[in-house]
Design a protein around this ligand. Structure first.
Ligand code: SAH
Ligand code: SF4
Length: 391
């Protein structure tokens, strides 16, 4: 492929006049929408039907203007317009990598910014969304972990990321057009900024909206939630969301994992593996993904690979080897290709599928663990990062 320069676009949005106190429908679950409609004057008797209608307009058709909701009476559309808005986070910039990866920087309430990445593949397209601004955890190899500013995203801001990507991809259904089964946005991974299990309820509500068959309708197996290992919320993920699970494992001894993924000091390898052994949804067809970042001289020896095989015993698992994505000031280096291949071979010989993740969108800093708001000024120095990592 010939290398072409990435494209960056500033996206202009025109501020709209919003009725005071109007509530955003985006992010409401069915129950919340029903209650909000009743509070706005819809009769209890009609509330369920109205919720269904509105739900489909917002989440199936992607409509943003109440006047386009043609199966609702004019007066009712007026009532909706006086009480509600349908609003997504504002796209500030969009970058397109030479490999087709798209990165959006979006602004949310309070002026915070988060990043979203869309990765097109031959037979599918994956949207990597964020669950928090920054992250309270401080994994020493992760760019997001160096960001000081943190707040949880609301369910509206989480599902809004999916909706604005569908806007940009032009993927809302067109009435009357034949149903297209190949979706540009076919999968969601919660692998952007933030620890999704530290924002459980909002992530759950947003993913329930994404999975609802009368809306965006992505199957639960098309959603993967990645956690650094927040043990108390792991069983809930299976029971209340039901999506696939990925775990940022990254090390085979507590001594090394304590440094790479400091949350390990709270829930160590054994505690984490016990929780995963009991993960109600883990089966051979729904294996847990163990993410393993390859860091030169830190966690990439043959002994590590053999230890990993032993630790995985009894868990329906696959391993995803992630070549470390470097960022300015990072205290680590990526393992060599030969080392990564040797590591993968040991896992494969032990019967574990262990694909090596191809970094995508490197020219626009869109790869895993590189996401960090462009306006974040409070950069820690390399020295600070190393001190925290105990290097
Ligand atoms: N907070 C969650 C999800 C976001 S990170 C978690 O930690 O699981 C998504 C994946 O990218 C995680 O496995 C994370 O450990 C990994 N990652 C972070 N920084 C990285 C980097 N610089 N290079 C490669 N992978 C990285
Ligand atoms: Fe947070 Fe995940 Fe980055 Fe760790 S790897 S700092 S948990 S976003």
């Amino acid at each position: 492929m010939t290398a072409t320069a990435p494209i960056t676009q500033d996206v202009l949005t025109i501020p709209r006049k919003v009725p005071e106190g109007a509530k955003n429908l985006v992010g409401m679950t069915r129950e919340a929408m029903r209650e909000a409609l009743i509070a706005a004057g819809t009769s209890e008797k009609q509330a369920k039907m109205r919720t269904n209608q509105l739900w489909q307009w917002v989440y199936h058709w992607g409509v943003r203007d109440f006047d386009q909701m043609t199966n609702l009476a004019k007066d009712y559309r007026k009532l909706l317009a006086e009480n509600f808005v349908i609003e997504l986070p504002e796209v500030v910039t969009k970058q397109v990598s030479s490999d087709g990866t798209r990165k959006y920087l979006v602004r949310i309430a309070g002026g915070h910014e988060v990043e979203i990445v869309y990765i097109p593949e031959e037979d599918r397209g994956t949207l990597c969304i964020s669950s928090q601004v920054g992250c309270t955890l401080t994994c020493s190899f992760c760019h997001t972990g160096t960001q000081k500013l943190v707040r949880n995203l609301t369910a509206s801001e989480i599902i809004g990321q999916v909706m604005l990507a569908r806007d940009d991809l032009g993927e809302w259904p067109v009435p009357g057009a034949p149903k297209d089964e190949t979706r540009l946005l076919s999968n969601i991974v919660l692998m952007g900024m933030g620890e999704p299990l530290y924002n459980f309820e909002n992530v759950r509500d947003a993913m329930k909206i994404a999975m609802d068959g009368e809306g965006i309708a992505l199957g639960r197996r098309r959603i993967t939630l990645s956690t650094s290992g927040v043990v108390p919320e792991i069983a809930r993920t299976a029971n209340e969301i039901g999506c696939l699970l990925a775990v940022s494992f990254h090390a085979t001894t507590d001594a090394v994992r304590d440094v790479l993924v400091p949350v390990n000091k709270k829930w160590n390898i054994e505690t984490l593996l016990n929780a995963l052994r009991e993960y109600p949804k883990a089966t051979n067809s729904e294996r847990i993904t163990f993410e393993y970042v390859m860091l030169k001289g830190v966690n990439d020896t043959d002994e590590d690979a053999h230890r990993l095989v032993k630790l995985l015993d009894g868990i329906p698992a696959k391993v995803n080897l992630i070549p470390f994505n470097e960022w300015p000031g990072a205290p680590y280096e990526r393992s060599s290709n030969n080392r990564i291949r040797a590591f993968a071979t040991i896992l494969m010989n032990a019967g574990y599928a262990s694909p090596i993740r191809t970094p995508r969108g490197e020219d626009i800093m869109a790869a895993c663990g590189q996401l960090k708001s462009a306006t974040e000024r409070a950069r820690k120095s390399k020295r600070e990062i190393e001190a925290e990592a105990g290097l």
